[in-house]
Design a protein around this ligand. Structure first.
Ligand SMILES: Nc1ncnc2c1ncn2[C@@H]1O[C@H](COP(=O)(O)OP(=O)(O)OP(=O)(O)O)[C@@H](O)[C@H]1O
Ligand SMILES: [Mg+2]
Length: 451
């Protein structure tokens, strides 16, 4: 069996070498670091089974190393050496995820027992994680609810793409279930045993996204203390899900296009092409065609991504799914709760700008409030109930009336709202709406609103 590797991070030379000697005599492979920066880099690149970290080191101290190692995904068992009686630091270290701490002066026997225990536990934790990851995923099909024709079409497409490796673009407003579709594609495909890696292009700062996706070599840029494997490589053999693809910056669009065409990537700071075997699924809630026309999204990339498109209709266009979704969310709660038909009607009539996610939130809130076990209208809190006398702009603007009439209706409603909000102060209302006061007066007259 391979000897376990242990890192000793200690700035005092004598202490460091004598501890290293003692551990080597016990049969361990020992690595040493004389400051925090070096310790962090060794932890992340060498992944030793365990490390003994001095708290007080010049530069980055032991706690900072601990925090950054955990952030960097290290699962080495970390033992911290604190000054005798410094319980504050010990507690802080445990909170940050240290395996244990020892106080100086060291009792080598005690330390040795701790190291052996730490290595044993880390091994156990790894085995548990591997077992969980290889456990079959729960069946996905029954977690997507709704039998409207639009959803049935979506299920059919998911089934069709599952058997291929085609790139898929999932579209739909926020909260329509795009992520559920991506999960279903992956878990129904031949890659189900492989990883499903998700990257949200909108939530990662542009400067970091490139290395997030493609990885980097040690020293590729300042602060690149260690090599980092990117998401493309992590997804090898599985599915890579790029969420909010419409937010991708132009430079990265080109790199992504190349990766898709050639199926190889290069880590930052390296010229070595690395082949990747992935299926790409992208999602967007934006109008990509408009972005292409406006020149902010590459047309060639758009076609590469749009091999198969799965479009999720907004919930207001498939209201027949609402009762089943409501029941689904109620069934998930531990308590037996029912819903009155008038409450259900309220839910079916609402226009759900936040789609299924909003419905889910509203039902969950109602479940908490429904102390008697019944959800009535009183328990249903919708964000934007139409105010009395307000013209409601719904997505059901009658198309037959044409653009001009519909825009006029909206215009009138906006002016009414602004006037109500400012208690009839036209100067303030014009400011809020960002129009000239004279134009506001004209519009008030035009729409026959009370002057
Ligand atoms: N058909 C459905 N059946 C059951 N639950 C659904 C369905 N569609 C959506 N949901 C639930 O609604 C919530 C939002 O879904 P999801 O996160 O997939 O939306 P999204 O389209 O990715 O939204 P965003 O664009 O904001 O990321 C989730 O909690 C999801 O479980
Ligand atoms: Mg999403």
């Amino acid at each position: 069996m391979r000897a376990s590797t242990i890192l000793i991070a200690e700035d005092e030379r004598t202490a460091r070498t004598s501890l290293a000697g003692l551990l080597e005599a016990e049969g361990f492979r020992v690595l040493t670091a004389e400051n925090g920066t070096e310790a962090l880099s060794v932890l992340l690149s060498e992944e030793p089974e365990a490390a003994v970290l001095d708290i007080r080191m010049p530069g980055m101290d032991g706690l900072a190393v601990l925090r950054r190692a955990k952030e960097g995904g290290s699962d080495s068992a970390l033992i911290v050496m604190t000054a005798h009686g410094d319980s504050g630091t010990a507690i802080e270290a445990m909170k940050l995820g240290a395996f244990d701490y020892v106080s100086k002066p060291l009792d080598f026997k005690v330390l040795l027992t701790q190291i052996e225990r730490a290595i044993g536990q880390r091994k156990l934790a790894r085995q548990l994680r591997a077992a969980q990851e290889s456990a079959p995923a729960p069946p996905i099909s029954n977690t997507m609810v709704g039998h409207s024709p639009a959803m049935q079409h979506v299920y059919k497409l998911i089934g069709q793409v599952s058997t291929s490796n085609a790139t898929v673009l999932v579209r739909g407003e926020s909260g329509t279930g795009k992520e559920l579709v991506v999960n279903a594609i992956h878990h129904n495909s031949a890659r189900a045993q492989g990883p499903l890696i998700k990257v949200n292009c909108a939530s990662i700062p542009e400067a970091l996204l490139e290395s997030e996706l493609f990885g980097h070599e040690k020293g590729a840029f300042t602060n690149a203390l260690y090599r980092r494997i990117g998401r493309f490589e992590e997804a090898n053999g599985g599915t890579l899900f790029l969420d909010e693809i419409g937010e991708l910056a132009p430079a990265l669009q080109s790199k992504l296009l190349r990766a898709l065409q050639e199926r190889v990537i290069e880590r930052l700071g390296s010229n070595t092409p690395i082949p990747v075997d992935i299926r790409l699924v992208a999602a967007t809630s934006r109008d990509l065609e408009a972005a292409v026309n406006a020149g902010s999204f590459r047309e060639d990339l758009y076609y590469r991504l749009n091999v198969v498109a799965i479009a999720l209709p907004p919930l207001r266009e498939r209201r027949q799914d609402i009762p089943a979704l409501v029941q689904h969310f109620i069934n998930r709660s531990e308590h037996a709760v029912s819903i009155t038909s008038s409450a259900l009607t309220v839910l079916c009539d609402y226009h759900w700008p936040g789609n299924v996610r909003e419905l889910e939130n509203v039902v969950e809130r109602a479940l908490v409030l429904a102390r008697s076990g019944v959800i009535t209208e009183d328990e249903i809190q919708l964000k934007t109930r139409p105010e009395q006398g307000d013209t409601v702009w719904t997505d059901f603007a009658p198309l037959e009336e044409g653009m001009k009439a519909n825009v006029a209706t909206l215009e009138k409603a906006l002016i009414e709202r602004a006037l109500r909000q400012t208690q009839g102060n036209k100067t303030r209302a014009a400011e809020i709406l960002g129009v000239h006061r004279r134009l506001l007066y004209e519009k008030i007259r035009e729409h026959g609103l009370p002057e």
